[in-house]
Write a protein that binds this ligand. Structure first.
Ligand code: GAL
Length: 648
């Protein structure tokens, strides 16, 4: 794994660049990511391209032996472009145009904006595409950040109409598929179709899912356009995008298919503050981040690159407090090192800290960097040196191998759950994470796979959000011989978000003779106990199933729970976190997988022969096994990392 920093030479005098480059080198940095927000400096007026300063910056970094990833600057359309063509601006679901003054103020459906992006990307790639220091390109920056995937502009609605026309044979077919007889919503032509916004109450789930798919396809097309230019002008370089955490507003697998490496941006404390499931979690992991959250995303994004052999880079790593959450705590000393080495454990080829130097001005002025605004080192600079020293101790790292267990993550299926949640507390991403956490608490190496993956070789595969199931995945899973756990709501929609003709779980009925005849969503305070696997509680969601199969156990009101036949299991309820863990442990034991207990905040991850242990917990812990240690020791202090070679 290489170490990197995100650097903005346009913020600092040219005379400082060489000092910065030499300092980066002294920290063990070898990769620098630059350029992704610099459009107004690269083209200050229409057609007035000023690329030389960027070339000079890359030359300066190159002179120090540093490699460079250049970001295309398309997340920040400059003022002159917005003034000349205000219809490149996106429109929110409140019908308001979102204006200039921050970033991501563009509409994926604006043809004019797409053309402007092509022009600037061609210029930058033309200037730097074959530079010896340039090893890769990042397209745009964080598609969807600040809720910017869907735009409700006239351009978008018009493109949506065309999209619908391409998807359905006729307007009648669309009306039928969307259930438009209901509430008299029939359209007479494709040109009459609206965006699903501003209605008196809920628009149809089919309509919303179609809008989601359309918006996702617009991102794919936008990204692909840049990819085509970069492939032509910068051959042999890795292309990537920096995806976000806890984000499902478009099909990441579809975007990743056009890229070489998947990248993502890790802000463990920001995510915790913004997205934690409970306030208790928010306090418990205040200065470390949730112990499974970075790992979950590492594995999710590693899986995104499945087709490209799991290559992934951490393109932004939080070094200290961020600026954008409601509360922005300082991480515990040692956490940057822990996060960095954990990324290495999960196979990252790069860990790039955001940002090199804290900016004293503008929106992110309180966001920590490796340097303070005055140019002196911040407290985390030594942690970078420490990661570098640890990586040197470890030497060449082997490829991370596949795990024995896998989760399937299906973005479209996930979107269907969002479109038809049938309850206010569905939190489908948390549900996926509960399964992940349960496997990780048992010390498993977990792969998170796209629905079109090959499943052979896995001992256990869990379908977490495969609500739209086709025959093909069922066949591939069946042929794999893996134990398959299909969780509640698997196969519960057809492609238009309707209940399948044969009822849920749809295509799963080929291998499991059951049908869901009632579903209920429940308030958080209600637990429905079932007496199996050491005592489990259904929580938030439960289904009544009709089946010739005898359920493994029953709820007190007689509803069955957990049906299985052969390698296939169906869990017809959401379980609370502890119950998910108990259920998973029971299944892991059944298939005889080796289980390592990870108490408190201790977590383990194997990479080749190396085992990485990290301690997110508030107390020191004694490792149950391990050693002799390459890094650390058996007793692990808070925020500690221990690494040893395991030959067994
Ligand atoms: C990321 C973004 C960066 C920066 C960072 C601050 O989401 O890609 O440009 O804004 O957040 O934490």
């Amino acid at each position: 794994m290489n170490l990197g920093v995100c650097y903005y030479p346009e913020h600092w005098p040219h005379t400082r660049w060489a000092t910065d480059a030499a300092h980066m080198r002294s920290l063990g940095i070898s990769v620098v990511r630059i350029g992704e927000f610099a459009w107004s400096q690269l083209e200050p007026a229409p057609g007035d391209f000023r690329i030389q300063w960027l070339i000079d910056a890359v030359n300066t970094l190159h002179a120090e032996g540093l490699k460079v990833v250049v970001g295309t600057p398309t997340a920040c359309p400059p003022k002159w472009l917005v003034d000349a063509h205000p219809d490149i601006l996106p429109v929110g679901d409140d019908g308001q145009t979102r204006g200039f003054g921050s970033r991501r103020h563009y509409d994926f459906s604006s043809k004019l904006y797409l053309q402007a992006c092509c022009d600037i990307v061609e210029r930058v790639a033309g200037a730097l595409g074959t530079h010896p220091a340039v090893i890769g390109w990042q397209t745009d920056n964080e598609y969807g950040c600040h809720d910017t995937i869907a735009s409700y502009s006239a351009n978008a609605v018009s493109a949506f109409r065309g999209w619908c026309e391409a998807q359905y044979d006729s307007i009648d077919a669309l009306n039928t598929a969307w259930g438009n007889d209901f509430w008299s919503l029939n359209y007479a032509s494709f040109q009459a179709i609206e965006a699903p916004r501003g209605a008196v109450t809920d628009t149809s789930p089919a309509h919303r899912l179609a809008w989601w798919r359309f918006s996702s396809d617009q991102v794919v097309a936008f990204n692909r356009q840049q990819v085509e230019i970069l492939r032509k002008l910068s051959p042999g370089r890795d292309l990537m995008h920096n995806f976000m955490g806890n984000f499902t507003a478009f099909d990441h697998h579809a975007v990743a298919r056009d890229l070489d490496v998947s990248g993502w941006d890790n802000y463990p404390l920001g995510f915790l503050d913004r997205d934690a499931a409970t306030d208790a979690d928010r306090l418990r992991w205040l200065r470390t981040g949730h112990p499974d959250d970075s790992a979950f995303h590492h594995d999710l994004y590693r899986g995104l690159g499945h087709a490209q052999a799991g290559r992934w880079w951490l393109l932004e790593q939080q070094p200290g407090p961020v600026n954008w959450a409601a509360h922005n705590a300082v991480p515990l000393p040692g956490m940057l090192r822990l996060w960095g080495l954990e990324a290495a454990a999960h196979g990252a080829e790069l860990c790039c800290v955001f940002r090199y130097r804290q900016q004293p001005r503008a929106q992110e002025q309180f966001h920590a960097g490796v340097l303070l605004p005055d140019g002196s080192e911040s407290p985390v600079a030594d942690e970078l040196r420490a990661i570098n020293a640890d990586l040197e101790t470890l030497g060449e790292l082997s490829q991370t191998e596949r795990g024995s267990v896998a989760l399937v993550f299906d973005y479209v299926g996930h979107a269907a759950l969002d479109a038809a949640p049938q309850g206010g507390n569905a939190s489908p991403l948390e549900a996926v994470k509960d399964w992940y956490r349960a496997l990780r608490a048992a010390g498993q190496t977990i792969d998170i796979l796209p629905p079109d993956a090959c499943f052979s070789g896995y001992a256990l595969v869990i379908l977490c959000n495969s609500t739209i199931l086709d025959e093909d995945i069922v066949e591939r899973l069946d042929a794999s011989g893996a134990m398959v756990i299909a969780t509640a709501r698997t196969g519960s929609f057809d492609r238009d978000c309707a209940i399948p003709e044969t009822l849920a779980p749809g295509a799963l009925q080929r291998v499991l003779p059951l049908k869901v005849i009632q579903v209920e969503s429940l308030p958080d305070a209600v637990l429905e106990p079932v007496n199996c696997d050491g005592g489990l509680n259904a929580w938030r969601w439960r289904e009544r199933v009709d089946s010739v199969l005898t359920p493994a156990a029953c709820f007190t009101d007689g509803w069955g729970f957990h049906y299985h036949q052969g390698n296939w299991h169906y869990v017809n309820a959401r379980l609370d976190a502890e119950s998910t863990q108990r259920f998973v442990l029971a299944r892991l034991r059944e298939i005889g997988l080796h289980i390592t207990d990870c108490p408190g905040g201790l977590r383990l991850r194997r990479r080749g022969e190396l085992v990485f242990a990290v301690n997110y917990g508030p107390d020191s812990v004694e490792l149950p096994h391990g050693g002799p240690f390459l890094v650390g020791q058996r007793r692990m202090e808070v925020a500690d990392v221990s690494i040893w070679r395991c030959t067994g």
